[in-house]
Design a protein around this ligand. Sequence first.
Ligand code: PFF
Ligand code: NA
Length: 459
Amino acid sequence: TGAQEGTVTKRGFWSSRLAFILAATGSAVGLGNIWKFPYITGENGGGAFVLVYLICIAAVGIPIMMAEVLIGRRGGHSPVNSLRLITQRDKLHPLWKWVGVIGVLAGFLILSFYSVIGGWALSYVGTSASGQFSGQTAEAVGSIFSGLLSDPMTLLTWHTLFMALVMVVVARGVSSGLERATSILMPGLFVLLLIMVGYAMTTGHFGEAVSFLFQPDFSKLTTSGVLVALGHAFFTLSLGMAVMMAYGSYLPKNVSIAKASVTVSVMDTGVALLAGLAIFPVVFANGLEPGAGPGLIFQTLPLAFGQMPMGGLFGTLFFVLLVFAAWTSGISLLEPLVEWLEEQKGMNRTISTLIAGFTCWVLGIASILSLNLWSDVTPLGMFAMFEGKTIFDLLDYLTANILLPLGGLLVAVLVGWFMSKQALQNELSLSEGGFRLWHNTLKFITPIAVLVVFFYNLA
Ligand code: PFF
Ligand code: NA
């Protein structure tokens, strides 16, 4: 059959290169850029952390994204089956298909808490629209946020709504409507971030924020900060869990994998840096703590909206767009598990979505409780590395900093060391020098970087 030849038959292609870019960007750009990047940058001291993060994107993220898209396009099936076909064809060990299984598990664990944060964003749409942020002080905005965190029922309601939104789309099969919406709303998010950076320039603390973000002070960088930067490179680009393999399987053969991967990565990085430039001037102007943690954007952006002209409108629009960005990422987190249940367990799409989504929703409740009633529960607290980490913190840490880099490491080893170079070059059609640069990076730099960072953090 076509599948054994490594070509894609019977399945559709993306309508164009643009369609792939839209879907991949929809998965990549999300809470990772706007919620997570600023708060981990604040916690890890700024500039030096940002520099390491940017190096990880370039030296680890982009090469692995290319490798994942390549596996998907060459395999032409869902990640687990693509991996099975490719490894059979090259007579490799069948255990390689477990790379896909790690991915399915990671996506499931991530979505459980991602949906809770998506719920925060949903609730802020209403808070903004009802004018509650207008003219508020930092204390008042802070207490709106802590009020939300201390209320499990409200958190549960928004988490449920967010998960329902994700499940509806996944159950119907990702549609072209979503593709069209992404092509309008993503640029909208970008424009709104630019407006907020414009406002940030009027706070009188823009220069301070620029130095904080871009002037490396290596005395503030810890070994755990390096792991967080590496883990975040995977998280933000949606790598290490086979999402890009799934999307790559629809990419037409004549599209350059390298160009498409670089485009997606540059857009993702651009959104994160803009979010940083919008948030830190407000942090400094109001004497807030950059290391405030996961609540950072929810305690700073409302202040900006409360002060800027038409802030009620911009604030509402911003949180709507944030929800949308989180939604398209959430869909890509659930999709692999649902596909896997369909293929391996022979369930239909509706049933697999219901089972996967419901289980994920239940696990999300543990994250909700760890923000209030269980805030003292630290299940792995006896290990120094996990000291003080709640269930929510642990899920975030274990997925982004361990499971995703591990999945990426395996992809790098599979593609860099085991697949035939000729086959790789056929897919990529790069110049000789470009190919060698990519192949050597994947073969040596990526695995060594991941292993060294892992080792230092265990030791
Ligand atoms: N990349 C998404 C973000 O930055 O918000 C999160 C994510 C989506 C991670 C899909 C992993 C993934 F497979
Ligand atoms: Na991202």
